[in-house]
Design a protein around this ligand. Structure first.
Ligand code: ATP
Length: 326
């Protein structure tokens, strides 16, 4: 199996004048769980529908486990499980009966069929409703039956479009824990609007906005990225600003005068080290009064809002098509 489960090169899709997917490049390594985020109309579903071979791209290349979505769509479908936002199920069938039907349709070998169906029902926690008519199931159980269906042929890649939409908080937690358990054995690409879901389950996050991939970042790197130090300092603001800007690692110092005349500073640094002690010592040595010093980590929500509303300082941060995700 290739080390990149998903490879997307310069992918474009236009609907008339609307560029729904605009020269998108990314790779996903085998076993990774990647959260695919974006505001409404960003191009998430279009990208996923191209990857799952339900929609042709206008140009560019997409390969899943090495198979091209345009020219090898059968092989792609054999290797993926797709959970669309609203799961199409046969209401008049019972859960196990439906999964047996789907396993047959997907060509799961008869000798291992029962084992696969039982395995998928256990993994997705639908064992207790296996004899129930699908029409009588709650939305959460229907979603899990859809997930069991997506898993039944043991696909290398799972693509899920808003898998928790419409679920209650307990069902969301259970679905997320099921998804997290799939990483390693399966490569997972999931789209969602809910940032905390991505933080909870993903190894990596990609943000698409107006068809363009704006961010592609490992969750572990997010923690180290652009930490800001918030300070409250009593002293001459011009002198404080120019002193702050001379300190090692400092890239930006934004001041704001508080009601009592003290200045609050948000200081950004590109250093991986915590610069608070050095700043505190330096401020004391200058004879200024330090009232507060906090480290503020950048959260996914800050990045998402910054990109979607195009705030300065939130530059595009993606891989080039030739750089591996590992
Ligand atoms: N069949 C279509 N015909 C014309 N335009 C379309 C079609 N499908 C999608 N679009 C447009 O393409 C853009 C991307 O849509 P897409 O559904 O991929 O976004 P999305 O990120 O999945 O949004 P949402 O989160 O709302 O589902 C939008 O501007 C949308 O209006």
């Amino acid at each position: 199996m290739p080390s990149n489960a998903i490879e997307v090169i310069d992918l474009c899709k236009s609907y008339g004048p609307v560029m729904a997917v605009d020269h998108v490049n990314f790779t996903v390594s085998t076993g990774e769980i990647v959260g695919f985020l974006g505001p409404n109309g960003a191009g998430k579903s279009t990208t996923m529908r191209i990857l799952t071979t339900y929609l042709p791209a206008s140009s560019g290349v997409a390969r899943l486990v090495g198979y091209d979505v345009m020219t090898e769509s059968m092989q792609v479908r054999e290797n993926i499980g797709y959970l669309p936002e609203s799961v199409p199920l046969y209401n008049e069938m019972r859960v196990e009966e439906y999964l047996t039907y789907r396993a047959r349709l997907k060509g799961v070998d008869r000798r291992i069929r029962t084992q696969r169906i039982h395995g998928a029902m256990e993994k997705c926690r639908v064992w207790e409703v296996r004899r129930r008519l699908i029409s009588t199931l709650s939305k959460g159980y229907r979603q899990r039956v859809g997930l069991a269906d997506a898993l039944i042929h043991d696909p290398a890649i799972l693509i899920m479009d808003e898998p928790t939409s419409g679920l209650d908080p307990l069902q969301i937690r259970e679905t997320l824990s099921t998804i997290k358990g799939l990483g390693g054995q399966h490569t997972v690409l999931l789209s969602t609007h809910i940032l905390s879901e991505v933080e909870a389950v993903s190894d990596r996050v990609m943000i698409i906005n107006r068809g363009k991939l704006e961010l592609d970042l490992r969750m572990s790197d997010l923690l180290n990225r652009q930490a800001a130090v918030v300070l409250e300092v009593r002293g001459p603001s011009d002198a404080i600003r120019s002193w702050l800007m001379k300190q090692a690692g400092v890239t930006e110092a934004i001041g704001n005068t508080l009601a009592d005349g003290t200045n609050e500073w948000v200081v950004k640094s590109d250093s991986k080290d915590d610069i608070r002690e050095a700043l505190a010592a330096g401020i004391a040595a200058q004879g200024w009064g330090l009232r507060r010093i906090d480290l503020k980590r950048q959260r996914l929500e800050d990045l998402f809002t910054g990109i979607v509303t195009r705030r300065p300082g939130y530059e595009r941060l993606t891989q080039s098509p030739t750089v591996s995700a590992t």
